[in-house]
Design a protein around this ligand. Structure first.
Ligand SMILES: [Zn+2]
Length: 240
């Protein structure tokens, strides 16, 4: 007799595709073809700022004492402890956001999550911003792995694509333009929340429609773009 025990395969999900832009301002911005969801990053950003401030304070104190001295070690151990605590708070917030996002995806008949990949992150040479850049890169890969892991458990496929130009390209006409404020406005008349544009385009890129002008009267349903129905702002998670 062979094994009769069967492992239940993950429940098969639907045909829906959601594009995700992992940003510096907001940790997760997603678009499913109709709705854009923006997970507010204010709380996480305040933790980043706090982390940088505490780190700078310790570095200043450490610079004033002899390396490997008693006081130096005491300060170093205190620094590690503080960092560990703040990092745990950041991880906790990212955990909550990704859990909420993957759950809401599963509820919407979505079978595929498309993420931009790390190549899209610019390396900022501005020295003062370097520690922030490192944090954002760390958060980017953390969010990517958390979403991938949690989606897998629910039978949702995760794909990664190069996110180059996805935040600058008009989803409607394909024109390329950078947006300097909250609103993306194109000469063709397309207007939208800037952060949603990246998610719309990441989704369209996966579907093979990126930069392809949307022709309203075309028969091919796949080439049409449903006008985005607005966005939902998710309230910041508070550390419990
Ligand atoms: Zn346009």
């Amino acid at each position: 007799m062979g094994y009769s025990k069967t492992i239940a395969p993950p429940k098969r999900r639907g045909d829906g595709v959601v594009g995700v832009d992992i940003g510096e301002i907001h940790p997760i911005v997603s678009h499913d073809g109709q709705h854009t969801e923006i997970y507010n990053g204010r709380y996480i950003r305040s933790l980043y700022r706090h982390r940088n401030k505490v780190l700078a304070e310790f570095h200043q104190m450490l610079s004033r004492c002899k390396r490997h001295s008693k006081r130096w070690w005491r300060l170093t151990r205190r620094k590690w402890k503080r960092m560990k605590k703040i990092d745990a708070q950041i991880k906790d917030a990212l955990n909550k956001h990704t859990t909420n996002f993957v759950k809401s995806t599963a509820e919407r008949n979505i079978g595929t999550i498309v993420l931009g990949d790390l190549t899209g992150i610019r390396i900022n040479i501005n020295y003062s911003k370097r520690s922030n850049q490192k944090l954002h890169q760390w958060a980017f890969s953390k969010i990517t792995s958390l979403i991938t892991y949690k989606a897998k458990e629910l039978g949702i496929k995760v794909e990664q694509i190069d996110e180059a130009y996805t935040s600058q390209t008009c989803p409607k006409c394909g024109n390329r333009k950078k947006s300097n404020n909250r609103n993306y406005t194109c000469k063709c008349g397309f207007k939208y929340h800037r952060d949603g544009v990246g998610a719309i385009n990441i989704r369209r890129k996966y579907l093979g429609h990126f930069g392809v002008p949307v022709v309203a009267d075309m028969d091919n349903q796949a080439m049409k773009m449903t006008p985005p129905l607005g966005f939902r702002l998710k309230v910041p998670v508070a550390s419990s």
